[in-house]
Design a protein around this ligand. Sequence first.
Ligand code: ADE
Length: 224
Amino acid sequence: MRIDIISVLPELMESPFRASILKRAMDKGLAEVHFHQLRDYGLGKYRQIDDEPYGGGAGMVMMIEPLDKCISELKAQRDYDEVIYLTPDGETLNQKIANTLSIKNNLIFLCGHYKGIDQRVRELHITKEISIGDYVLTGGELAACVLADSVIRLLPGVLNDEQSALTDSFQDNLLSPPIYTRPDEYKGLKVPEILLSGNQKKIEDWRHDEAVRITKEKRPDILE
Ligand code: ADE
């Protein structure tokens, strides 16, 4: 998978891809992430990328021309499955969206800033708008990192068996059951007997029941 990220602040996004599982995914060639500095497509001597809104009002608007130039240049090089705009107005990211995106080949992420982008960029290029939650960030960069992480970890070969994404919370509309490791007792707190029993069938049943119980308690909204 290849992800091209367009931003005025690409430096904000470099470290998440330089450590741990995401770095390993890059090193193995399972994912490629390329940053594009929008200012390189800016207009005039000052490389202008934003301007005042028509009709007045507070805040600046990201101009259509630099965005169109940048996105068109990328589209001329390969076919993209989606051009995604990170914005609080978008569809709220969930595991289902991450799963769907993880089977795509080429994605563009556009990070918004200021008041947002000229509406015509949406009409011309944007195929999907994604929000990472009902709150407003200073820009789309951290949201782009969250989205990329949620997608890249699902690519075949990125996680090993022990880290398997198949047992993640949300993967089957259930939160994860409680987990424990050694010691079996600490300051009087004991690991549930069943997990020490060696009876795999009973353990799986217990885990499922606990997952249902916890989901009902914490997130009844995701239970079908
Ligand atoms: N840009 C600013 N806030 C955002 C959010 N909540 N999700 C995605 N992009 C954003």
